[in-house]
Design a protein around this ligand. Structure first.
Ligand code: ZN
Length: 420
C-alpha cells in the first residue's frame, strides 16, 4: 500500500476510534474483511492450518494471528488500544451556576491544559437490560460537539501564563447545557435510540469518555506531519493491524493490542493479564512446543517515542534524540523500562535493512525518568525476547499529538518485509 493511501486510512481509523472499544471494534471489522475468523475464549477451539483468526477480550483488547502449517516461531507485534482521557464518573451530573456539567476522572497521565476550549463529544460502552431480561452491551458515539471546558479568562487570573495549575476534581468539568431539565438516563436512552436499540428496560452502567471532535489531519508545508488525538498508540495499532493483514499465509505472525497500558497494564485485558499467554497455550497445547515457540519468537512492542522538541531541545540526550520523519526509533533503557537487548536490536535492524528503512535510537536523559510500555511487561509475563520501538512523536498525551507523515508507513514496510 502506497504511503498516501496508508495515511488516509490511518486518519480514518483515528477518527473512528474515540475509545479502546471503538478501536477494537474497527480492528475486528478489518480482520473479518481480510478473512480472519473470530474465536470466542469461552468456547472450544478447533484451529485449522493456514487459516487466520482473531479473539477479543472485554471488547477493548484484541489478538489476531496467522496459523501456518508447522509454525514453530512467531513474529509478534504488540501495541495498546487506550489513550489518556477524561472519563465520566457514574453520578456525573452536576447542576450549578446556571449550567449542567459533568464530573470526570482523568485516565492515565494526560496533559490537562490542552483539554480546555475544545469541542468535546462523548463515546464508550453502555450496559443495559433489554425487554427480555438479557444483559447486553453496546457502543455509543455521540459524534457531535456536546460539551466544552472553558478556560478561566486571563483577567480573572493574571498569573495564568506563569503558574496556572489544573485541579483534576474542580477545574476540568465539561459543561453541557444551560437547560437544567437534563437527565443522564434519558441522554443514554437517546444515544441507544439513535442506534435503533429500542427494547431497553434498564441501563445499569456505562464506561464513557470525552474526546476532541477535531478530525485528524495532515499538517505542514509538505504535509510533513500528522496531528490527531490518540496517536499514542492507535498509530501502532493501525500499523500492526495492516501488517498482519498484508503478510503471506505461510508467515507466522501475531498481533496484540491491549487495553490499560496507560494505567499500568494490570487487568484481565491488559498486557499484565493472561490474554496473550492463554491464546498461545491454546495454539501450542503441548507445553514443550509452547516453550520452544516462545523462546524462538520475537515480540516487537510498538509504542510512540518522544521526538526532540525544537523549542525544548534540552529535554533530550543529544546523542539519542529522535527526529520526526527520520525513521523508526529503537528505545533503550538500562533499567528495563524498555525490553530492548543487543540481540533483539540486531533482529530488528536486519528487518529494517532488508527494506532499506532508516532507524534511530532513543535513550532518555540520565537525570530524567522515562515512560514504559507493554514490552517489559509482556517479556516478563511470557518470557519472549522483546524489542521496544516506536514512531517519533511530539506532545505525547496531549489531546492532539503530532508525528511525521513518513514514519508509520516505514514501520509498516519493515513489518511486512518488503518495500511498498
Ligand atoms: Zn503509549
Amino acid at each position: 500500500m502506497q504511503k498516501e493511501d496508508f495515511n488516509e486510512g490511518l486518519l480514518g481509523f483515528l477518527d473512528a476510534s474515540p475509545t479502546p472499544f471503538h478501536a477494537t471494534q474497527n480492528m475486528a471489522a478489518m480482520f473479518t474483511n481480510a478473512g480472519f475468523v473470530e474465536l470466542d475464549e469461552k468456547e472450544s477451539w478447533q484451529l485449522e492450518e493456514d487459516k487466520r483468526y482473531f479473539v477479543k477480550r472485554n471488547d477493548s483488547s484484541i489478538v489476531a494471528f496467522t496459523y501456518p502449517k508447522g509454525a514453530k516461531e512467531y513474529l509478534m507485534v504488540g501495541a495498546h488500544t487506550d489513550s489518556p482521557n477524561l472519563k465520566l464518573k457514574p453520578n456525573a451530573v452536576i447542576k450549578e451556576h446556571g449550567v449542567v456539567k459533568f464530573g470526570v476522572e482523568s485516565y492515565g497521565g494526560l496533559l490537562l491544559n490542552p483539554w480546555f476550549d475544545r469541542d468535546l463529544s462523548i463515546a464508550g460502552k453502555v450496559t443495559y437490560k433489554d425487554a427480555k431480561g438479557n444483559i447486553k452491551s453496546t457502543l455509543i458515539d455521540a459524534q457531535k460537539p456536546l460539551a466544552i471546558i472553558p478556560s478561566l479568562a486571563i483577567h480573572l487570573d493574571s498569573n495564568a501564563n506563569k503558574e496556572r495549575s489544573v485541579n483534576k476534581q474542580t477545574d476540568i468539568c465539561p459543561i453541557l447545557t444551560t437547560n437544567d431539565d437534563f437527565e443522564f438516563d434519558s441522554f443514554l436512552r437517546w444515544q441507544l435510540h439513535k442506534k435503533e436499540i429500542l427494547d431497553v428496560d434498564e441501563i445499569y452502567a456505562s464506561e464513557l469518555s470525552f474526546y476532541d471532535t477535531q478530525k485528524a489531519s495532515c499538517v505542514g508545508l509538505h504535509d510533513d506531519f500528522i496531528a490527531s488525538a490518540r496517536l499514542d498508540n492507535l498509530l501502532s495499532c493501525y500499523v500492526g493491524m495492516l501488517s498482519i493483514c498484508s503478510v503471506e499465509d505461510d508467515r507466522a505472525m501475531l498481533f496484540i493490542a491491549s487495553d490499560h497500558e496507560e494505567v499500568g497494564s494490570q487487568s484481565a485485558q491488559g498486557a499484565g493479564g493472561s490474554f496473550l499467554e492463554n491464546i498461545l497455550h491454546r495454539i501450542f497445547e503441548d507445553y514443550e512446543e509452547y516453550v520452544q515457540m516462545v523462546r524462538s519468537s520475537l515480540m516487537i512492542s510498538a509504542d510512540n517515542a518522544h521526538a526532540i522538541h525544537p523549542n525544548y531541545p534540552s529535554k533530550h540526550d543529544s546523542k539519542h534524540a529522535p527526529y520526526i520523519n527520520a525513521g523508526v526509533v529503537l528505545k533503550i533503557n538500562a533499567n528495563q523500562r524498555y525490553a530492548t537487548s543487543s540481540e533483539t536490536t540486531a533482529k530488528f535492524l536486519e528487518m529494517a535493512n532488508k527494506v532499506g528503512a532508516k532507524t534511530q535510537q532513543f535513550v532518555t536523559r540520565s537525570d530524567m525518568g522515562c515512560g514504559s510500555t507493554i514490552g517489559p511487561i509482556t517479556a516478563t509475563r511470557i518470557g519472549v525476547d522483546t524489542i521496544d520501538i516506536g514512531i517519533p512523536t511530539y506532545a505525547m498525551h496531549s489531546i492532539r499529538e503530532v508525528c511525521g507523515s513518513d514514519d508509520a508507513h516505514t514501520l509498516y514496510e519493515i513489518l511486512v518485509g518488503c518495500k511498498l
